[in-house]
Ligand binder design. Structure first.
Ligand code: PEP
Length: 252
């Protein structure tokens, strides 16, 4: 049985005081939650302070990115996965569409980041998803298959156990346009099928596949009631603790 997983991606939002306040409020709201795992991903410079406020709680600390490089060396502006681990991070989001689109991250770079994160003892949330034109051209499954193939290249069955996949159709991120539960389920089933072919059915059954793209308290239950949707990666609606808690408190 896969435990649902709800992740808040705060992107490049919040000053430190607001990040701390939101984390502390969320901690209070979520204190009795056992039905799902929860994580929040603040910006790098807030990780340590927010992490300290979450210590001993049921909320995991996540980062939004990490370096392709494992070895501490001359890479100005980069943060190694091992440094994230060192300040208490448990999960790292890799291959978010905003990084692919605005920072030219390639599948090859994403694969290096995935390996660096796993090597450093972090769990990975690997994002995949098609653009609107790719969907309209009927290429959605080819695009996601390519992203999975390259992103997970060289990973063992044990490695895959530490990876969650986030299916985030680019046209649904921050647009208010959510995939229907049926559209999302169709892709999630495809992803699980792909993992079954490449890493075995037992592994595929264990991997959590999250949906991301304008998830809100009003639409989360419909999405999570689908067989292969194991959680949500939430952007905008995770910035306010009470709204995010509304998502965490979904009913099926
Ligand atoms: C995201 O950033 O991963 C995301 C899904 O954003 P939003 O929920 O705002 O669409």
């Amino acid at each position: 049985m896969r435990k649902p997983f709800i992740v808040g991606n705060w992107k490049m939002h919040k000053f430190l005081s607001d990040a701390v306040e939101t984390a502390v409020r969320l901690r209070k709201l979520c204190s009795g939650v056992t039905h799902c795992d929860i994580a929040i991903a603040p910006v790098f410079v807030h990780l340590k302070v927010v992490g300290d406020r979450l210590e001993g709680s049921n909320i995991f600390l996540a980062a939004q990115n990490c370096s392709t490089e494992m070895k501490h060396a001359a890479h100005t502006g980069e943060v190694a996965a091992s440094m994230l681990k060192d300040v208490g991070v448990s999960y790292v989001i890799i291959g978010h569409s905003e990084r692919r689109q605005y920072y030219a991250e390639t599948d090859e770079m994403i694969n290096k980041k995935v390996k660096a994160a796993l090597y450093s003892g972090l769990n990975v949330i690997l994002c995949v998803g098609e653009t609107l034109s790719e969907r309209d051209d009927g290429q959605l499954f080819d695009v996601v298959r390519r992203q999975l193939k390259h992103g997970l290249e060289g990973l063992s069955r044990n490695d895959i156990a530490k990876v969650s996949i986030a299916y985030e159709p680019v046209w649904a991120i921050g647009t208010g346009r959510t995939a229907t539960p049926e559209q999302a389920q169709q892709m999630h089933e495809f992803i699980r099928g792909y993992l079954g072919e490449t890493h075995g059915e037992d592994v595929a059954e264990r991997v959590r596949i999250l949906y991301g793209g304008s998830v809100k308290p009003e639409n989360v239950s419909g999405l999570l009631s689908q067989r292969d949707i194991d959680g949500a990666l939430v952007g905008g609606a995770s910035l306010d603790a009470d709204t995010f808690f509304g998502i965490i408190s979904y009913e099926i």
